[in-house]
Design a protein around this ligand. Structure first.
Ligand SMILES: CC(=O)N[C@H](C=O)[C@@H](O)[C@H](O)[C@H](O)COP(=O)(O)O
Ligand SMILES: C=C(OP(=O)(O)O)C(=O)O
Length: 356
């Protein structure tokens, strides 16, 4: 039985539970709470399980020089990186407002905690159901210890990291998480947009093998939905994708995000893929019966066979026949049997015409 646990109140992940779909609003709200709310509403309508943001306490996340660094990108919302990030950062009160709005819309609300102080706010004040560790913090051992000690389920991303670091991250989290170890490990490559050759979906299999006590997921930055669907087919039980109201808007993540129509397509198709995965039991399915009766094959007389003939393989051939008869996988068992009545050339071999 594969691992499963309650990620958010009333919502299990892993095992046979439906894939948990995260609409990563991130900073695609342009710093505008009304856009953020509209995105939460649309995420719910598209079928996502959760709406996600990124919470930073900027002076804890960045040092002074990093905040003062000029940011000359066309995606910049201010002359320095600090001013840019400040523009995109919602206040605690705004977070409370967004959380209440998400609750009203009936969608889970959470954020990646971009530093320890953000983790304190999310866990201790907002009481989010679980905490996301963004890729850049997967090697941040003090942060992982601090965040895991909150005792909430965690989603740990893996962009920019090696397998050795991920093993260290997972053991740090599991050693410091009190009670049940409720951890999702996400395959992720932090390239925006992500070219297919850099996705490495088979790391999902590697993670399943290396982290048998974790649920495995996928955080994608590619264009389109096909790679995320393939991730689900490989066993991703949580899928996170950035969403946008307009891919052409200013901002580093819009181009690699899904529109809400694409998000709906992704959610709908994930459910189809999950249904299609079925069970590892190979047997004829009831829905195949009609075609089997029409085109399934039977053993037929290759020539006229007089009564009393001891059958050889030359008396027999295989065709789709009317009436349906002995299945061809039993043809060699017929050799050596004696027919008790004459059988016409091209007729189905009737079971009742055989004597052992
Ligand atoms: C690795 C990581 O944190 N990645 C995040 C999540 O995917 C991104 O949303 C970044 O915050 C974003 O790309 C940064 O853009 P800028 O530097 O223009 O604010
Ligand atoms: C950067 C983030 O996600 P990921 O590392 O999974 O892309 C995030 O959640 O803020």
């Amino acid at each position: 039985m594969s691992v499963e646990f309650e990620l958010a109140p009333g919502r299990m992940v892993g095992g046979d539970h439906p894939c948990f779909v995260v609409a990563e609003i991130g900073q695609n709200h342009q710093g505008d709470i009304n856009i953020a709310k509209e995105m939460i509403k649309k995420a719910k309508e598209a079928g996502a399980d959760a709406a996600k943001f990124q919470k930073s306490e900027l002076t804890r996340r960045f040092n002074r020089a990093a905040l003062a660094r000029p940011y000359t990108s066309p995606n910049a919302w201010g002359p320095t990186y600090g001013e840019h990030k400040q523009h995109l950062e919602f206040s605690h009160d705004q977070y409370r407002e967004l959380q209440a709005y998400a609750k009203q819309q009936g969608i889970y609300f959470f954020a990646s905690a971009m530093d320890e102080k953000a983790a304190d706010f999310l866990a201790d004040e907002l009481d989010v159901p679980f905490i996301k560790v963004a890729s850049a913090d997967a090697n941040n051992l003090p942060y992982l210890k601090h965040t895991a000690s909150k005792g909430k389920p965690m989603i740990l991303s893996s962009g920019m990291q090696s397998m050795g670091i991920m093993e260290r991250a997972v053991s740090t989290v599991t050693q410091n998480m009190p009670g049940d170890k409720r951890l999702v490990v996400m395959q992720c490559t932090s390239t925006y947009p992500l070219p297919p050759a850099d996705v490495h979906l088979t790391c999902i299999n590697l993670f399943k093998e290396k982290f048998p006590h974790a649920v495995i997921g996928y955080s994608g930055h590619e264009s389109g939905i096909s790679i995320s669907l393939a991730a689900v087919a490989l066993g991703a039980k949580v899928v996170e994708r950035h969403v946008t109201l307009d891919k052409s808007w200013k901002g580093s993540d819009h181009a690699a995000s899904l529109t809400f129509e694409e998000l709906k397509d992704l959610c709908d198709n994930i459910r189809i893929v999950e249904t299609a995965l079925g069970k590892p039991i190979k047997e004829p399915r009831p829905s195949e019966q009609g075609l089997f009766k029409k085109l399934g094959k039977s053993v037929v007389a290759a020539c006229a066979i007089p009564a009393g003939t001891k059958l050889t393989i030359d008396h027999l051939c295989v065709k789709a026949a009317e009436p349906f008869g002995i299945p061809p996988d039993q043809i060699y068992e017929l050799v050596g049997q004696t027919v008790t009545k004459a059988i016409e050339e091209d007729a189905t071999i009737p079971k009742e015409a055989l004597a052992a």
